[in-house]
Design a protein around this ligand. Structure first.
Ligand SMILES: Nc1ncnc2c1ncn2[C@@H]1O[C@H](COP(=O)(O)OP(=O)(O)OP(=O)(O)O)[C@@H](O)[C@H]1O
Length: 302
């Protein structure tokens, strides 16, 4: 069942069109990564979905609700830079948020205990938030976002500002939460998307470029490839290979070339023969397949 459908959503900040005609949808129970480089429009999209920014144009439809309805009761949101009262303890903070969401005193207390346990910071419940590590603060931020049992959890770059330990803590946390909640989280790191999500939406310069399951993307985009490392002069000779029937594309980067091919055996023989005949000096020759990282780089570079 589709939980959220977005149609031709746009947002302008004065002259700057930050999100352009974004159309995508995803199913209940999925964990979806909104992937894009800095300034791509991820935060703008998440804020519009969370009801914190008014779209310039377009529609947001949540399950059976009317288009552009107030969705706050269904949605939990963790901003990119959450702000806490550092003098409060974790438990005090969650009780305070519980009351803001109209829970009674006793319900707020009970939910606080459940959430501290769920996000794994019960031991630190009476410690001031100012003394929490980055990973603990993000986990507390996730706890406040799910205090009202939202159907959809929006997390804006939940791991970007964390060290490797904090990243791991929060990624594991997301894996646990996705068992019960639909999650849309933004990131600029493909590895995070591949590790925890089933679907990926790639955005660049405010435009949705890809929206698909990771499984489908792997099937569609993993192509046979030969990776060659050489020096700058040799690169010129390699450029001519793009005219061969067996070569689909060549992506150059510094001293390396990724040669996308249609027939790996034929291409291997042809390239090796050429290297020997033309006496091309190579440092590395590797046969493999393109990865989702290659697709992401290609999309971002246009
Ligand atoms: N309040 C604002 N006023 C004017 N321009 C803004 C505002 N917020 C964002 N922008 C611009 O809109 C574009 C998209 O920004 P946004 O923060 O949504 O991108 P992002 O993908 O979340 O980036 P990052 O990964 O750096 O957080 C950028 O060009 C940004 O400069």
């Amino acid at each position: 069942m589709t939980i959220l459908a977005v149609e031709q959503l746009s947002k302008s900040y004065n002259e700057n069109l930050a999100v352009k005609d974004a159309t995508f949808q995803f199913e209940q129970g999925r964990c979806v990564a909104l992937l894009g480089p800095n300034g791509a429009g991820k935060t703008t999209i998440l804020k519009m979905l969370a009801g914190l920014l008014k779209p310039t144009t377009g529609k947001i439809k949540f399950q059976h609700e009317k288009e552009n309805a107030d969705l706050r009761k269904y949605i939990g949101y963790l901003p990119q830079y959450p702000v806490f009262h550092d003098w409060m303890t974790g438990a005090e903070f969650l009780q305070y948020i519980g009351k803001l969401t109209h829970l009674s005193d006793s319900k707020a207390k009970q939910r606080t205990i459940e959430l501290l346990d769920l996000v794994g910071i019960s031991d630190a419940k009476n410690r001031r938030i100012g003394k929490y590590s980055g990973g603990m603060k993000q986990r507390l931020g996730i706890a406040q976002a799910i205090i009202h049992h939202p159907k959809l959890l929006l997390l804006d770059e939940p791991v970007s500002a964390l060290d490797p330990f904090g990243r791991r803590e929060v990624l594991e946390m997301i894996k646990k939460l996705k068992e019960d909640t639909t999650i849309l989280f933004s990131t600029h790191v493909l590895n995070d998307a591949e590790e925890v999500s089933e679907d990926v939406i790639i955005i660049n310069h405010g435009e949705i470029k890809v929206s698909n399951s990771i499984e489908q993307l792997r099937k569609q985009h993993q192509q046979a490839m030969i990776y060659v490392e050489t020096n700058v002069q040799e690169k010129k000779q390699l450029q001519e290979w793009v005219n061969w029937d067996v070569v689909t594309d060549i992506v150059f980067e510094n001293h390396s070339a990724q040669i996308i091919v249609s027939d790996i055996e034929l291409a291997k023989q042809k390239i090796l023969r050429e290297i020997v005949e033309k006496n091309i000096s190579i440092q590395k020759f590797e046969v493999g397949r393109t990865t989702l990282e290659d697709l992401f780089v290609k999309v971002v570079r246009g």
